[in-house]
Design a binder for this molecule. Structure first.
Ligand SMILES: Nc1ncnc2c1ncn2[C@@H]1O[C@H](COP(=O)(O)OP(=O)(O)OP(=O)(O)O)[C@@H](O)[C@H]1O
Ligand SMILES: [Mg+2]
Length: 305
């Protein structure tokens, strides 16, 4: 790692499993940092080890080599300082939407009065558009609504690090779009530090400050750290007109289609990837473009400011 101190520091992380042929290395030499308040997405093909990395960050799984330091302390188990949103919502089925949130908030802030806990929880339910259904149980909510409750719960408990494993994976495209905007809204209010897995490049560009790209496994690596230099606030309908958008998008798609395989750790042509000091290459696909300040005009097109 560089000498710069990050809020979260992931150092030489590797995961290996015993197998009949000896040892299976899923990924190795994962080195990256996350700054306080930064929104980082990670993209890579299925099986490269994204969920494993997220679970190690959460303290729910352990790495074979390397470690994670958050705020100067080694991560060695789960903590209320780290909130996790899984793909399958994981709400408590016997509690109402509101009580699913107050439960987490009360645990996180035991000194708060009951009224304060409820008021705070309702505010976050409102941010995801669920005012009016707060007394329904999860079984009385749609999949999209349940996912909104889990997002509201995670943000309401204000963990120092929020970890999301494909939080919108099970949703249809329309609901997904709406909830992405709600997530942006809630993030704009709180500026949480977020680490999120997604398979959707457009979602990553909309949400992230930086996108980590993982090569295919086995011996997967985090090969690139791609900067999303598109100003905030961002909106789904207008961001596609920003001159940097397709530069970034094409870079990501090209990685997933070709470089993720070419750069994979078990490709013997890749001398540079074999080093134990391996660090992701920092890329700004839109360098120069975003230097010119732009504004979005009434037709949703980016024009010089
Ligand atoms: N107990 C185990 N023994 C051997 N291999 C395992 C074991 N558990 C997980 N793996 C392997 O670890 C790899 C990484 O799994 P992980 O769930 O982190 O991938 P992922 O990148 O999140 O994939 P997806 O995008 O499909 O969710 C997979 O290839 C999986 O086969
Ligand atoms: Mg996964």
């Amino acid at each position: 790692m560089s000498s710069k101190k990050y809020f979260v520091e992931v150092d030489s992380l590797a995961k290996r499993y015993p197998s009949k042929e000896g040892e299976l290395t899923v990924f190795e030499n994962a080195n990256f940092g996350i700054e306080k308040g930064e929104f980082v997405c990670i993209i890579g093909h299925s099986g490269c080890g994204k969920s494993t990395i997220l679970n190690v960050l959460a303290g729910l799984d352990s790495a074979t080599d390397g470690g994670v330091i958050m705020n100067g302390k080694e991560v060695s188990g789960p903590s209320l300082e780290r909130g996790v949103i899984f793909q399958n919502y994981s709400l408590l089925p016997w509690r109402s939407a509101l009580k699913n949130i107050t439960f987490g908030v009360q645990a996180r802030f035991p000194q708060w009065s009951k009224d304060k806990v409820i008021e705070h929880s309702l505010k976050f339910l409102e941010l995801v558009g669920l005012q009016g259904v707060e007394h329904r149980k999860p079984s009385q909510l749609s999949g999209g609504m349940r996912q909104r409750v889990s997002i509201a719960r995670a943000f309401a408990t204000q963990p120092q690090l929020l970890l999301m494993d494909e939080p919108f994976g099970a949703l249809d495209a329309l609901t997904r779009g709406v909830i992405q905007e709600e997530l942006l809204k809630i993030w704009n209010e709180t500026h949480q530090t977020v680490f999120m897995i997604t398979h959707d490049v457009d979602e990553a560009i909309l949400l992230a400050d930086r996108i980590l790209l993982m090569t295919n496994g086995p011996y997967a690596r985090i090969a690139e750290s791609v900067k999303v230099s598109i100003p905030r606030p961002r909106e789904r309908n207008t961001i596609i007109h920003h001159p940097a958008y397709y530069k970034i998008r094409n870079h990501l798609v090209d990685f997933l289609v070709s470089r993720s395989k070419e750069l994979s750790g078990n490709n013997t042509d890749n001398e540079g990837m074999q080093s134990s000091e391996f660090k992701p290459v920092e890329v700004d696909p839109a360098e120069g473009i975003a230097a010119e300040p732009v504004q979005i005009n009434s037709e949703g097109v980016a024009v010089p400011a």
